[in-house]
Design a protein around this ligand. Sequence first.
Ligand code: AMP
Length: 401
Amino acid sequence: MSEILSIKDLDIKDKRVLIRCDFNVPLDDFLNITDDRRVRSAIPTIKYCLDHGCSLVLCSHLGRPKEGQKEKFSLLPVVKRLQRLLDRDDILFANDVIGLDARTKAKELKPRDILVLENLRFEKGETKNDEEFASKLAEFGEVYINDAFGVCHRSHASVEAITRFYDEKHKAAGFLLIKEIEFSQNLLKRPTRPFVAVVGGSKVSGKLQALHNLVTKVDKILVGGGMAFTFLKASGIDVGNSLVEEDLIEDAKEIMKKAKELGVKFYLPVDVVAAQTCSQDAIMKFVTYQEIPKGWMGLDIGPATVRMFREALNDAQTILWNGPMGVFEIEKFSKGSTKISHAIADSHATTVVGGGDTADVVARSGNADEMTFISTGGGASLELIEGKELPGVKPLRVKDR
Ligand code: AMP
């Protein structure tokens, strides 16, 4: 694959720059931002542009708004956080996306001014990759920068259609996007070995393609979370009421067979935390994988599995982690994920974490600073592992090299 057009290669001096950011942050019921990692990750590109005398128009989506849900999905909380992170109180906010307010405010921008547009998804054209909407959006910047890795796997107007309105001298990836892509690509191309993948999360289905691709690249795969039970069942184990995707049992067998043929060590849990219901007040038991009682389900990896996984991670030089080891949202079933987070953070390996839930586990476990790289995009990072070209990145590749 060719190189990506970088913001560093563009002449942006004193220009009006439109940056597609990923400000899709989680908010609580009072509209407080509960994790501002994505806003903080956008700062290097914003500051670089300000240092070059640019005026900036920032745009992003937030959540999945439906008709009439304006306040809950407004980017206003993000603007307030940006003011604080950039230590300035003059950031402008438009109460529409391509409407009169946005256009009027954009017209008056002076060098180093910043205008944030309202949630892109308030416009129907955004998710439809509508070219007309994209062309109106493109009027906000002489230069277009994409720094929104989290949405690059989607063909949306602000990441895909908009690139048709800029030539190679006027569009590029921002620092965050470049870092994300390079990290994932180089990791898979040239990992220092042993290379260990730790995968978890609810289902095999969401990660099937990634597993097929990973098995050809890694030395060991450690499987936890709900997806482990499809593999256990495929190995002939009775897993009670645990989450199983019956229609993927053959795929699970195929992946394990491939691992065996390639000499890849494939680890499944040897014990689990089982309960009859998935709730904090449920009675729980630690049982070996052979002894999950009828009607019970495995909701976390057990202590023996944690020890075994830790042992398997011991000699790793590269670790890729995607997916929690259990239902970490419920404290009772969060220990497995927390302990694996500590084990990965403690290792001397290059550690790369992908997926919103996994990043959340790492943050809750207090290990965020110890990881080498935490991706800001769940779906997008998974598609990179699958070996796919992302629709938002393809138009930013250098064409003639
Ligand atoms: P994913 O989006 O596929 O990465 O899955 C993340 C979700 O998997 C989290 O919300 C976890 O609660 C859930 N999960 C992890 N382990 C289990 C399990 N053993 N049974 C059911 N759900 C699980």
